[in-house]
Structure formats: C-alpha cells, structure tokens
Write a protein that binds this ligand. Structure first.
Ligand code: LLP
Length: 437
C-alpha cells in the first residue's frame, strides 16, 4: 500500500482502495455533490475545540476563553458548531460579523479585529452589541468613543500591541514585529500613548491587551516569549499609570502539518507551557493573573477540511515535465500561488496503485501561476475522470477563494457521524452575474 500513513487521523483507505474522510468514501461524495468540492469534518472541528477548551480550563485563570479566528473558515454552520462547543469568535469584517450573528452567535462573545475598521463597521458592531473591539490605533478609539457615547454605552476594548517578536514563519503572516501594519509597538512608546489615551475616554472600557505574533508557527517558545513581553508591559503600565489590565489575548498561530515532513504540535502541551509561563511571570512581577484569550483559526479547522477535484487534461512534455489539470485551482486554493504552501495530494480512487509519475497539479485558470501543488506523485494510470484529494484544506481555502476567470466557488459539505449535508451551496454562473447591471 503506497499510503500506509496519512497526514491526518480522519483519513483512511477502504477495501476498494478509495480514500475515506471522516469515515466516508470520498469518491461517493464526489459523485453525489460534484467537484470541485470542499468537505469539512464536523467531529474533527469539535474535537479541536474541546482540546483547546479543556486546556484553557486546566491552565488559565477562570474566565479565560478560546476565540475561534473565523477568518480561517467562515460560514454559518461553523459559527453554530464553535458556539455549541463553548468558544467565542473573532471576526474581522462586517461580512464575518453578519454571518456569525445570522447563525445565532451571541454578539457579546464576538471580538472585532482589523487594522482599519471603517466608521460604518464600528457603528454597526456597537449597535449589535459586539462583545469587544480589538483596537488597532488611536483613530479607532476616537470613533468608538463617539459612537458608544451616542448610544449611551461603555464599549469594551482590547488594545492590539506589537511585542517585537519574529516568529520566522512566512512574511505574509509574520505580524508581531515592530514594523508590522498591525497594532501599536511597545518598543516605540506608542503602545503606552494608546493606553493613556484610551483610559481617558469615558465611553470606552479598556479590558487589557492583545498581540498576535504570526500564523503557521512552529518555533519553540514564541507564545511564552510573547506572554512575558506583554506581562512586563502590563506591569510597567500598572506601576506608572495605576491601571491593571485584566485580560491578555495572545492571538492565534499554532502551526499544523500539511505533509508528513512537517512536525505537529500538541496543543494541550503547548497551552500548559503558556499557562506555566503566565503564572511564573505574574508571580515574578507581583501581578494578578489576567484572564487569557487565544484566537486559534488554522489549528481548529485545517485538518477538518479536504478538497476533491476531478482530473481533466493530463499532459506529458517529454524531457520536461508533466501536468495533471483539475476542475478547480487557485480560485479555490490560492495558497501555493501566494505562499508556496505545501499540500499532500492523493489520487482518491487509486490509492492502492503506486504513485510513480511526477506531475504538477494545476488548475484551470488562465495563468501559469495557477498551481495547486508542484511535483505531486500520481499513479501511472492517472487519467481524465480520476478524483484527486488535496488534504488539510479546512483553513484559508474556502475563506480565500475567488471568482477569478468567473469561476464559481465550490460548495462546502459538512460530514457528521456518517451523514453529509450541504453547508454552503455551489455557486452558479447566475450567482456570479447577480450583481451585474
Ligand atoms: N488572530 C489574529 C489577529 C490573526 O491575524 C490571525 C490570523 C489569527 C488570530 C489566526 O491565526 P491562525 O491560528 O489561523 O494561525 N492566509 C494565510 C493566513 C493568514 C493569517 C492571518 N491572521 C494562510 O493561508 O496561511
């Protein structure tokens, strides 16, 4: 068997030599729902939520909460699932906010991010009773103060700070450095200015601070180091200004394995390490232990996702290279094109055949950059009509999908205890023309 081990536990192979995902034969799902197709394994999402929640209960001060970073994958059903699992959520736009609210997500468990919230964003979110803003800059504080004064509220906020930590992940997601577009830097004194300004606003209630150092982070100790920098800042502000933050939000970022060359992270162990660091640092600084929030996105949904495609053109260029083209591409998964991200790709209906032929797995967009994954091993018999599965696509695939070349986006089908249900229907060409006048 060429694929004895899989990149995730929810993958297996059945007696027909077909790939199964969450216990279901993916070739049957492809036949029933068509391709390209996003599958999401509900049990896997719930399992990850529980790992985080239990680790939080065991390691952090009471009231500490896991917030699902919904930019990783946002559609109604996912908000329902994470809400049922007792998590809060982070939203970054009116689109995510409205989707969460329409799924019945309690507004007071939502945290509104973004480095550039519009006046409309702020007004709408306050009117809807948003739990907390994660404030990026002073301009935002001014607008929040004005809007919450108008509505006679006192709006809870966290201030986003940059702790000056380099996570050594890819540049597009390395956000904790001083020169980041996000937040106010501790090093430059701007963070302190933001605190002083915020505390002077009568209709703004500063709960504490936020940082997010990066995404797909595997580096040792990054979250512990961030916690120490942030707690030292909290202690310095307490000493100088008499204000004690009661909340510390450490953001998201734990990495997940996309191929068997990647390591994997034991979330429970990592959270325990962060918990220990927070307790020790608070003791050293004589600080009351703050409530801790974290905002995992990828590590909750990535391996709960799988994308299926149907093979179309198979092209060999003798002496050069081979191409296997499928009916999706950078429109449903732009991550290789954007970041050079690696994926595990499997020929789902031919798992028992030896994958001996190397080819680039490409999409059907009109540009050469439309590569899902280069250098994939396929069985020699690969041909039109075969089903290819790309694993670990639950995070930042559907949420980053586009309509480039006017290609409609695939549906999302949610798998749960042997059943399959459409969570997002397939976009049609009519949907695409819907807004054209
Ligand atoms: N909190 C904040 C403030 C964030 O900016 C992010 C991700 C998260 C939490 C969640 O991080 P996670 O646990 O998912 O690593 N499109 C890129 C990822 C962008 C991440 C942006 N921020 C990708 O496909 O790799």
């Amino acid at each position: 068997m060429p694929n004895e081990t899989f990149v995730c536990e929810n993958l297996s192979v059945n007696e027909q030599g077909h790939l199964t995902f969450a216990g279901q034969d993916v070739t049957h799902l492809a036949a029933e729902y068509g391709t390209p197709l996003y599958l999401m394994d509900e049990e896997r999402i719930r399992h990850k939520c529980r790992i985080y929640r239990e680790a939080f209960e065991a390691n952090f001060a009471p009231g500490s909460t896991v917030l699902y970073a919904s930019k990783a994958c946002s559609f109604r059903q996912i908000y329902r699932i994470v809400n049922e699992e007792g998590l809060g959520a982070d939203v970054v736009s009116l689109g995510e906010l409205c989707t969460a609210l329409s799924a019945g997500f309690p507004a007071d468990k939502l945290f509104f991010h973004s480095n550039n919230k519009t006046d409309e964003d702020i007004r709408y979110a306050i009117e809807k009773g948003i739990g907390c803003f994660v404030v990026d800059n002073l301009e935002e504080i001014r607008v929040i103060e004005a809007e919450s004064a108008r509505l006679g509220r006192r709006q809870k906020v966290l201030l986003r700070l940059t702790p000056g930590i380099d996570t050594h992940t890819y540049e597009a997601v390395n956000t904790g450095k001083v020169d980041s577009k996000f937040g106010s830097a501790i090093e430059t004194g701007q963070a302190e200015q933001a605190v002083v300004f915020t505390l002077a606003q009568p209709h703004v209630n500063l709960l504490g601070f936020h940082c997010h150092v990066g995404s797909q982070v595997f580096a040792e100790d990054v979250f512990e180091r961030a916690a120490v920098v942030m707690l030292e800042f909290i202690a310095a502000i307490r000493k100088k200004h008499g204000y004690t933050a009661s909340v510390l939000n450490l953001g998201g970022g734990y990495g997940v394995p996309y191929t068997d060359r990647d390591g994997s992270i034991d979330i429970a162990e990592k959270i325990a390490d962060v918990g220990r660091t927070v307790r020790e640092t608070c003791t050293r600084l004589a600080l009351p232990e703050p409530v801790i929030y974290m905002e995992p996105g990828r590590s909750i949904v990535a391996d709960a996702g799988l994308t299926l495609y149907t093979v179309g053109t198979v092209k060999t260029i003798p002496g050069y290279k081979n191409y296997v083209s499928v009916d999706g591409g950078m429109t449903d998964n732009p991550r290789y094109a954007l970041y050079g991200s690696e994926y595990t790709c499997l020929t789902a209906n031919k798992l028992t055949e030896e994958p001996v032929m190397k080819a680039d797995l490409v999409g059907r967009c009109c540009e050469s950059g439309d590569v899902i994954q280069p250098n994939v091993a396929f069985p020699d018999s690969i041909r039109r009509g075969d089903i290819v599965a790309v694993c670990t696509t639950g995070a930042y695939n559907y949420s980053m999908a586009s309509n480039y070349n006017r290609i409609p986006r695939p549906p999302v089908v949610l798998l749960h205890e042997g059943t399959a249900k459409i969570a997002v229907r397939r976009e049609t060409v009519e949907d695409l023309m819907h807004l054209d006048v």
